[in-house]
Ligand binder design. Structure first.
Ligand code: NAP
Length: 345
């Protein structure tokens, strides 16, 4: 375990300035339990982070931040599947590249998603038609108090749209230390989104899908290494048929994605853009020009700038479309995570 500088600026992809009382880097699971016990002893909160790619620090954090850097990729196989056991602190995109370099397909649609492998199950990351839940075998969870490791099967993770049990029952006092993935050897390309629909399912290779996803993401999404951001700021709203019909009467070109349960997913980015907010700026924060679902730290934004902008976007979209966007990004106050919708209300 190493302790360092208490600035969180380089530990959140929004690149917002905030301080913690202490920052430690955990390279072994004991470092995480030690950090937990130290925080308990000091009556301080403990915050576990991977690469800080889905957090918004609202203010300084009054406790210990533990950066999960538990590494290791083990690959085994059975007749029909590749079985991966991956340390939570591995970088997600590097894992995608590592599997493709080893001729293992299945993760290519999820290329270039920022963050760590251990963060992936928390919000059930998804892109271009594939969600982690369809590939997840298990999640190893460390009980920080007892040091015991629980293995949760994918079913027990209660995955949903950007949802899992790790945001609820296992939010506090537990750390994800490894993730098990199962990738079928009989590969089926998933070509339902964007430019992928132009590829030929009969001849396409995993590498071509990877390249296409990387090209789409690079053309629309800001690189957090250059422009601070936390990816999609809001979840895509799911609304009922009655609401959709009312919206369609007024906005016949609105994109709609019907869900198996009869409800309909709307594109949050479309709503923000059609509320006239693309490029809209507040202080140093702005709505991204190429993808309105992303809020960016354009010019030394403060947390308050991002919160004010996020509230303005939510209110403007809500007043125009009667659809109230919920943040996907997790809001972190001095004592830990707070309800993001309440923070914007
Ligand atoms: P897009 O093509 O502009 O489409 C907007 C939204 O419509 C997407 O968010 C997607 O919902 C939905 N959509 C598009 N095609 C669809 C289809 N064939 N079937 C069902 N739903 C469809 O999207 P984008 O912003 O460039 O993002 C492309 C993909 O990357 C999406 O899957 C998106 O979720 C993912 N992404 C995630 C983040 C993040 O931070 N979480 C950031 C950027 C992109 P879904 O989001 O439900 O898939």
């Amino acid at each position: 375990m190493s302790t360092h500088d208490t600035s969180l600026k380089h530990l959140n992809t929004f690149s917002l300035e905030a301080q913690a009382s202490q920052v430690i880097t955990a390279t072994r699971s004991e470092h995480l339990t030690e950090a937990w016990h130290l925080a308990q002893k000091n009556h301080q909160p403990l915050l576990l982070i991977g690469e800080g790619s889905n957090v918004l620090f609202l203010e300084n954090f009054a406790g210990i931040v533990a950066v999960n850097r538990l590494k290791g990729i083990e690959i085994t196989q059975n007749d029909s599947e590749w079985l991966l056991h991956v340390g939570a602190g591995e970088n997600w995109h590097q894992l995608v590249c590592h599997t493709l370099d080893n001729n293992i397909a299945g993760l290519e649609n999820l290329a270039l998603i920022p963050g760590c492998v251990g963060s992936a199950p928390i919000q059930n990351i998804g892109a271009y038609g594939i969600e982690l839940q369809s590939l997840c075998d298990y999640v190893d969870l460390l009980n920080l108090d007892s040091g015991e490791v629980l293995r949760l099967s994918a079913i027990d993770c209660l995955f949903g749209y950007r949802e899992s049990i790790f945001k609820h029952a296992y939010r506090k006092g537990f750390a994800i230390i490894a993730v098990g993935l199962r990738l079928a050897k009989q590969w089926q390309p998933k070509l339902t989104y964007g430019d992928l629909t132009r590829l030929d399912a009969a001849t396409v290779t995993p590498r071509q899908i990877f390249e296409s996803v990387c090209a789409m993401r690079r053309s629309k999404l800001p690189d957090p290494a250059k422009t601070g951001n936390a990816g999609s700021f809001y979840k895509n709203p799911i609304v009922d048929a009655k609401r959709v019909n009312a919206l369609l009467a007024e906005y016949p070109n609105m994109p709609l994605y019907p869900q198996p349960d009869g409800n309909v997913k709307l594109a949050a980015g479309w709503l923000v853009e059609n509320a006239g907010l693309k490029g809209f700026k507040m202080g140093g924060a702005a709505v991204h020009q190429q993808q309105a679902l992303v809020l960016i730290n354009q010019d030394n934004a403060t947390s308050q700038d991002v919160v004010s902008l996020a509230r303005h976007v939510r209110n403007t979209v809500g007043e125009k479309f009667a659809v109230w966007l919920e943040p996907e990004v997790r809001f972190i106050s001095a004592q830990g995570e707070v309800n993001a919708v309440e923070a914007l209300s």
